[in-house]
Design a protein. Structure first.
Length: 121
């Protein structure tokens, strides 16, 4: 795993989670899970995925990231309940499937962007 890519993923995760907290897009119970999400999911898991996938096409990178993101959001909404969406909605999305896809698919951006940003740093 590339340390620089993992650090970029951590930075992007920090910005994402601070923004979501500020806008109250999702809420963690207990709140310390927000930090765990940044370190484990953004830094370690997606840092590793972005490092391993950097030689692949952007479409492949996005597909793997989005697939993992959808699975991650589904496991949470259906079983873990570590974070929730206030009012059972994410922006204009309502319903489990819409929220799982709406929160999960954007994860595909991370494996595409992180190696590019890492090269610029």
């Amino acid at each position: 795993m590339s340390a620089v890519i993992a650090l970029v993923c951590l930075a992007l995760g920090t910005v994402t989670e601070l923004t979501s907290h500020w806008l109250r897009l999702w809420v963690y119970r207990p709140p310390w899970l927000r930090v765990a999400s940044v370190v484990i999911t953004f830094g370690l898991v997606f840092g590793w995925v972005a490092s391993r996938m950097q030689a692949n096409t952007a479409l492949e990178q996005f597909g793997v990231g989005a697939g993992l993101g959808v699975a991650y959001e589904a496991v949470n909404l259906l079983w873990l309940h570590a974070w929730s969406f206030p009012g059972d909605r994410l922006l204009f999305l309502r319903g489990r499937v819409a929220m799982i896809l709406g929160a999960g698919i954007p994860w595909g951006i991370l494996p595409v962007v992180a190696p590019v940003v890492a090269k610029l740093v």
